[in-house]
Design a protein around this ligand. Structure first.
Ligand code: IMP
Length: 181
């Protein structure tokens, strides 16, 4: 039986849980084909950008059929507001030299976060670095970022649900929607 969420009244539905599941399965298949040469000795390293991508990454990981390992990075630019602060804080302790990296992000908005994370990870000399984002808001882009894998293109609105928050709320919603302003 579907969960009822008391907090979903202020949200305009965008993508259902089923639509998200189907799209993630497609992306997982694509990733498994693209990195088919991965082995247990040389697995694909998924680096998950916390916190917003944690549910997406958990579901994506279970659709990938090649050897892969997972680590996490903390990057935040919004704090408790709906507008990006422009300052990205990155916390990590990763050994990535020589590895194929798949950076797993919830939303590419202005592109600042992923641009700064990518720049920092590139200094650690990975063999390759690809970006996988659940949502892309191309209209909001200020920094040139191109994701290799994108779940859905979305309008320039504030989206919540499926791990994505506003002020730490709404992460538990199984679907994605626009938070009414
Ligand atoms: P960017 O640095 O402007 O690309 O912002 C990326 C980050 O801001 C994402 O990883 C999210 O954590 C957050 N963000 C951007 N747009 C939204 C939104 O619509 N809802 C919730 N968080 C968002």
């Amino acid at each position: 039986m579907a969960k009822e969420h008391k907090q979903s009244s202020a949200i305009t539905p965008l993508f259902s849980a089923e639509a998200i599941e189907n799209r993630i399965r497609e992306i997982g298949t694509e990733i498994s084909l693209d990195f088919a040469s991965a082995t247990t000795e040389s697995p694909l390293l998924l680096i998950v950008v916390l916190k917003g991508a944690f549910i997406f990454a958990a579901d994506l990981l279970r659709t990938i059929t090649i050897p892969c390992i997972v680590d996490f990075i903390h990057a935040s630019s919004y704090g408790s507001r709906k507008i990006s602060s422009g300052n990205v804080t990155i916390k990590h302790n990763l050994a990535i030299e020589g590895r194929d990296i798949l950076l797993v992000e919830d939303i590419v908005d202005t592109g600042l976060t992923i641009q700064q994370v990518t720049a920092e990870l590139m200094t650690m000399k990975p063999a390759s670095l690809s970006i996988c984002t659940l949502l892309d808001k191309p209209e909001a882009r200020k920094h040139p970022v191109v994701a290799r894998y994108t779940g859905f293109i979305v309008p320039n609105a504030f989206i919540v649900g499926y791990g994505i928050d506003f002020n730490e709320q709404y992460r538990g919603l199984p679907s994605l929607g626009v938070l009414d302003s």
